[in-house]
Write a protein of this length. Structure first.
Lengths: 515, 216
């Protein structure tokens, strides 16, 4: 079964509109309407737009393609067992000999089912092997089937041009050697082909002879890893829920371990009444064990109770015994593993690493006291302002640092870094010798030499002993909402203390202190 | 055995940064006060560089980039920027598992709570570094003066600092020393004696400040 232009179909674009899916700035696939206009695969974005100005362009989303094709596979599996996906848009399956009455009838039934899903362009090919069947499907018309008779694969494949070989370098070489069809290639001696082209060539040679040594591997349905339990009657307190879910959490971890997996991200869903009132994805820097799952559940329930969305109960750390209720109680809780990885990848952390496990427990205790977000793991990241160079993530969450520190950050203040970086900058004032305001012009010049400054609204004025700057920063000028145009100064007072002041527009702030 | 009986165990010393070696020898289970962020960072860098886990409670202002420059392993740092009204509970929980905890104390520190925390520190062999005032410290580090160089009038940038650090403990008289905090190459260390007379790095642009400030 072949669905042409799958990336376009998966993007949800109608076939009548000229549309193309781009990957790395090149056209990966285009709709038939776009093909009529002259858009071709491998074309650059600008060339494609030049051919067809009303072309709709979409970036490639491999995840969506795979997900949409999974729906197709599931539909096919309901009709016939043993569907083998080859890539999104293409799958192979064995034709049941008599159940639907024959090959043509089977193809019609399957095609109809796929069209019901809204994929109108589907083509079937029937042959002895998957390779021949794929090319038979390419020859078929929309919603039609092309049948290669049994034993006719060699003849059918032999007629194909050498261009169908996916390995472009090999196809080019064969063309230059004078081999123009797969039939001509098939007539070469098997030993010669293996000597000259190795295993890849040998496999292609067998395919060209109408054999298909690759077995059609049927898809294995993904195992069900979701664990949960329902409460009847609904539970009133979160403590009771956490207590009753201990075995469920252990079950969930054991189930994963049975498949040789550990969960690195888990979504916890809490039902109250008939609706899911809370669903949150938790990520773990290593992997979840039962205790970690229960911790996350406890935090989630506590957060839900204090946010007041589902229930009026508010939890404050002083009275852990207080009842925090959902309006209709906690009806059901489910652990849904969202990301898993093989146990072997975590072998070094499976046995705990002594003090680190102890630290994890200590941090978890503090998180239970004041909330999961209050304990942070700090990472350095790139940035121009001293405060931007810290990336604080909740402890126990795996968060990728968005801005690598290794990149150049023009406008960054050179080392040493200030030891105190104010979490919220304080209003400051800087004046020239005659008391005039000091600002920086658009060209980066200072309007007056700073002579006096104060680092806070309530601080006394003092004389500038030395100063350096400005370090102008013109950040995100392309985006009006987040654009920021500031200039930083290092100022040393007569008392010997050094400060980092920043001029944002015409307002001065104290950003950091070198103490 | 001593730990089981609740008696203070034989107090071990904690690794200390070379810049402070001989000036202050922190003992496990002690409380040490500092009056500047850079001194807190220098104290933490000792155990952190030796691979211990450290914590920071209630100091959202501590500069992480400076911490890295001081030699602190930020991957082994647990930060609780805002413990709110649960300050004592959070500090007590972290003291149980970490080697050194830096805190910014709440406005009022009752003597009784401080004594109770000190007992816990001794049994857990954790060092508390207090950035601010504390009723009873085993030692205090204070920045007596600092003298920045490298910055002129509209040119250069802050490059190095000569600071005089004074250490006071309850058993020794106060000692002071002149250190690079940091030096021209980003290093932290004592200024070689004799100071002055051309020894030690000089600012490239020749501008220097000879300014002292009193202990704050």
């Amino acid at each position: 079964m072949w669905c042409p232009d799958w990336p376009v179909v998966a993007a949800g674009l109608p076939a009548t509109v000229p549309a193309a899916v781009l990957a790395n700035g090149e056209v990966l696939a285009c709709s038939p309407a776009a093909r009529v206009e002259g858009v071709r695969r491998g074309m650059r974005r600008r060339d494609a737009q030049a051919r067809c100005p009303e072309l709709r362009l979409v970036e490639r989303a491999p995840q969506v393609e795979a997900q949409r094709f999974d729906e197709v596979l599931e539909a096919l599996e309901q009709l016939t067992p043993g569907v083998a996906p080859i890539r999104p848009g293409l799958c192979a399956l064995r034709v049941p000999p008599r159940y639907y009455g024959g090959e043509r009838e089977t193809a019609a039934v399957l095609a109809e089912r796929i069209v019901e899903l809204g994929v109108w362009d589907v083509r079937c090919g029937v042959a002895d092997g998957a390779f021949a069947a794929e090319h038979a499907a390419r020859r078929a018309l929309t919603q039609d089937v092309w049948i290669v008779p049994p034993g006719g694969s060699a003849d059918f494949v032999g007629e194909l041009g050498i261009d169908v070989v996916e390995d472009a370098a090999l196809a080019d070489l064969l063309r230059r050697l004078g081999v123009r069809t797969l039939g001509a290639f098939a007539r070469l001696s098997r030993a010669d082909v293996r000597t000259r082209f190795g295993d890849t060539g040998a496999l292609l040679h067998r395919l060209a002879q109408g054999e298909d040594p690759r077995p059609v591997a049927r898809r294995q349905a993904p195992p069900e890893l979701v664990a949960g339990s329902a409460f009847e009657p609904p539970l009133e307190t979160s403590e009771a829920a956490v207590f009753s879910l201990r075995t469920t959490a252990e079950q969930c971890v054991a189930q994963l371990a049975h498949h040789g997996l550990v969960a690195t991200a888990v979504r916890i869903e809490v039902d109250s009444g008939d609706t899911t009132v809370q669903a949150r994805t938790w990520r773990h820097p290593a992997w979840f064990d039962a205790a970690a799952l229960l911790d996350r559940l406890r935090w989630q329930l506590a957060a839900g109770a204090s946010a007041g969305v589902p229930g009026p109960g508010r939890r404050d750390g002083h009275s852990p015994g207080r009842r925090d209720e959902y309006r209709q109680g906690i009806g059901a809780v489910r652990f849904v593993p969202e990301e898993t990885s093989a146990v072997a990848e975590h072998a070094d952390t499976l046995f705990g690493s002594g003090p680190d496990a102890q630290v994890e427990r200590g941090a978890a205790r503090v998180q239970a006291l004041i909330g999961p977000e209050a304990v942070q793991a700090l990472r350095t990241q790139g940035g121009r302002a001293p405060a931007d160079q810290v990336h604080a993530a909740p402890w126990g969450e795996r968060v990728a640092v968005a801005r690598p520190a290794e990149r150049p950050w023009p406008g960054q203040i050179p080392a040493p870094a200030p030891a105190t970086v104010f979490a919220s900058p304080r209003p400051a004032s800087v004046a020239g010798a005659e008391g005039q305001r000091v600002i920086v012009t658009t060209r980066g010049a200072v309007s007056a030499v700073p002579a006096h400054f104060r680092v806070g609204a309530a601080e006394p004025w003092q004389q500038v002993a030395a100063w350096a700057g400005p370090w102008p920063v013109d950040e995100r000028w392309w985006d009006e909402a987040s654009a920021r145009r500031v200039a930083r100064f290092q100022v040393v007072g007569v008392d010997g203390q050094a400060w980092l002041l920043v001029l944002d527009g015409d307002t001065w702030f104290t950003e950091a202190r070198y103490d | 055995m001593a730990r089981l009986e609740g008696r203070p165990v034989d107090t071990a010393t904690v690794p200390v940064h070379p810049a402070l070696a001989g000036l202050l020898t922190p003992r496990a289970g002690g409380v040490y006060g500092v009056d500047a962020a850079s001194l807190a960072l220098t104290l933490v860098s000792g155990p952190s560089a030796a691979g211990s886990w450290c914590g920071v409670v209630g100091c959202p202002d501590l500069g992480l980039a400076a911490a890295r420059e001081a030699g602190i392993d930020t991957d082994r740092l647990v930060a609780v920027p805002d413990p709110a009204e649960l300050w004592w509970e959070v500090v007590a929980a972290l003291v149980d598992t970490l080697a050194m905890v830096v805190v910014r104390p709440p406005a009022r520190v009752p003597q009784r709570d401080a004594a109770r925390l000190a007992a816990r520190l001794r049994t857990r062999q954790c060092v508390l570094v207090v950035w601010g005032e504390w009723p009873r410290c085993d030692g205090r580090l204070s920045l007596v003066s600092s003298q920045w160089s490298g910055v002129g009038h509209g040119h250069g940038h802050l490059r190095s600092r000569r600071a005089v650090i004074e250490a006071r403990t309850d058993v020794t008289v106060s000692r002071s020393r002149e250190v690079w905090l940091p030096g021209d190459l980003g290093q932290l260390g004592p200024v070689e004696q004799p100071s002055g007379g051309g020894a030690g790095p000089r600012a490239v642009d020749g501008t220097e400040l000879q300014l002292l400030r009193g202990a704050s």
